[in-house]
Design a protein around this ligand. Structure first.
Ligand code: NAD
Length: 496
């Protein structure tokens, strides 16, 4: 019988079971899921063991060999569109589950996380229908002709390993194209944020997705569900979003069975503000970029290079924005700054706050923990923080912090700004602020990153390529780039 893990009465601890072959299954070792805004346990998830992972891989395989694999494309697209409709129909359940796991402000999850979860299914249901086929006619040695055409096929069982910062959004960004291509997926959500992925299991059943096409296994990374999945011989591809260091471990696990890999990894993103920029717009745009989701966005700039003539005005503007942010519980009115995801992550971010001072920073604002009353007093909050005076080679300017913090550094020339921005082992995103059209193109193209924004940040058309250069990733997803990764062509050559 299908259990409904997220339908318990409000206030009770929810039980998040593994979802395998279209059913919520018993088994696994329980672990606590905390609400980071209060530090209280709000759910129990069950860490999948080897037997559960094996069953999930077998269920996924039999879905591909069965009804899911044989389903006509039009029906597959209709079912995925239905998944999007059902996420919208159950919007509030997804919203509350996401808020409970992440502690993020209600308005943020309402406007960003849940709508994008639904949109991902619609975008890729369309993308798969608009993928052109490749055809070449050739001359043969005997003076005749042959035609070649390529048909795209699913890869097979795809493991989706997702992080905690935008749980539903980033997980569906990979599940939707993988399923649109006809693969069966096994998702391992972050151990911090498993609720919305579990709820999606219910939605898949409700939409009529055949059993085994979508599976969820809970647990941790090393020596747990993550590693069991990424090293499993039955898994053909791994699509991963998370830290660069984790990516290197997953590559090792995937190597013996030569799995296809798509990696969206960490960043140490730069923003550049030229003295010809609209400075109030740059302040508004970059304050949002640094502090949105409490800085827990892979694309957030943590290094802001500002041309010397506008440096003081920019720093003053950013300081005012940071100090206007209101931390607190997700549903409290006016709250626009949530907690960090965990006590462990807060300790790491506060470690960087201390390091910045050791490395000679001037603390423009923040640098500690806000004083909050009531249940939020036990949440994992930090102050939004800005530094000046750091040398470019400081660790603060090189290592990903993943918190609401940025170093602001002056520059003099365009060449210098480009060199500083590119001097990083990461290459995910850049945000450039200028009113000079030629400079916008020149600097945008000079960035060694997967995406350069000009006079904006985080503006996403889901058809465009997305991914990271250097140690920020492998491959590109988005639109037909996703279809290219989640399917592979077989070329058929016919002598005429
Ligand atoms: P993480 O790497 O710690 O964990 C991500 C996922 O990997 C989790 O589900 C975790 O359980 C799993 N995992 C960990 N070790 C594993 C192993 N050895 N084998 C298999 N699975 C393993 O990342 P996080 O802390 O959840 O997320 C924050 C990081 O994600 C940041 O570095 C951020 O920049 C990055 N990120 C990148 C993008 C992007 O699009 N490039 C988007 C969001 C987040």
């Amino acid at each position: 019988m299908t259990k409904r893990p997220l339908r318990e009465s409000p206030g009770r601890i929810r039980s998040l079971l593994n979802f395998v072959g279209g059913r919520f299954v018993d088994g696994g070792t329980p672990f606590d899921i905390l609400n980071p805004a209060t530090g209280a346990v709000h759910a129990i998830a069950y860490e999948a063991d080897r037997a559960i992972i094996d069953t999930a891989v077998a269920a996924a395989r039999s879905a591909i060999d069965g009804e899911w694999g044989r389903m006509p494309l039009a029906k597959r697209r209709a079912l995925l569109a239905r998944v999007a409709d059902l996420i919208e129909a159950r919007f509030d359940e997804f919203l509350e589950a996401e808020i409970a796991d992440t502690g993020k402000p209600h308005t943020l999850a309402h406007h960003l996380d849940i709508p994008r979860g639904a949109a991902n299914f619609r975008v890729f249901a369309d993308a798969i229908a608009n993928m052109p086929a490749e055809t070449f006619e050739m001359d043969t040695p005997d003076g005749g002709k042959a035609i070649n055409y390529a048909v795209r096929k699913p890869l097979g069982v795809v493991a989706v390993i997702s992080p905690w910062n935008l749980p539903l959004l980033l997980m569906t960004w990979k599940v939707a194209p993988a399923m649109a291509c006809g693969n069966a997926v096994i998702v391992k959500p972050s151990e911090e944020t498993p609720s919305t992925t579990t709820l999606l299991g219910e939605v898949m059943n409700e939409a009529g997705i055949p059993a085994g096409a979508f599976n969820v296994v809970h647990g941790f990374g090393p020596n747990s569900a993550g590693e069991l999945l990424t090293s499993h011989p039955g898994v053909r591809a791994i699509t991963f979003t998370g830290e660069t260091r984790t990516g290197t471990e997953i590559m090792k696990a995937a190597a013996p069975t030569v799995k296809a890999l798509s990696f969206e990894l960490g960043g140490k993103n730069a923003a550049i503000v030229f003295d010809d920029a609209d400075i109030p717009a740059a302040v508004t745009g970059l304050a949002r970029a640094v502090f949105l989701n409490t800085g827990q966005v892979c694309l957030a700039p943590e290094r802001i290079y500002v041309q010397r003539g506008v440096f003081d005005a920019f720093v003053a503007g950013m300081k005012a924005k940071a100090e206007a942010l209101k931390p607190g519980l997700p549903h409290d009115s006016g709250v626009d700054l949530g907690p960090l995801i965990s006590a462990g992550h807060r300790a790491k971010v506060l470690g960087y706050y201390a390091l910045a001072v050791e490395e000679g920073a001037t603390v423009v604002t923040g640098g500690g923990v806000p004083k909050l009353d009531g249940p939020a007093a036990d949440g994992f909050f930090v102050q939004p923080t800005l530094w000046t005076g750091l040398p470019h080679d400081a660790r603060i300017c090189r290592e990903e912090i993943f918190g609401p913090a940025a170093a602001i550094i002056p520059f003099d020339s365009e060449e210098e700004a480009i060199a500083l921005a590119n001097d990083s082992e990461y290459g995910l995103a850049a945000s450039i602020w200028t009113t000079n059209l030629s400079r916008a193109h020149r600097v945008g193209q000079a960035m060694e990153v997967g995406i350069s924004w000009v006079n904006c940040w985080f503006l996403r058309d889901l058809r465009t390529p997305f991914g990271g250069a250097k140690m920020s990733g492998i491959g590109r997803e988005g639109g037909h780039h996703s279809i290219n990764f989640y399917s592979e062509p077989t070329n058929i050559c016919i002598k005429l």
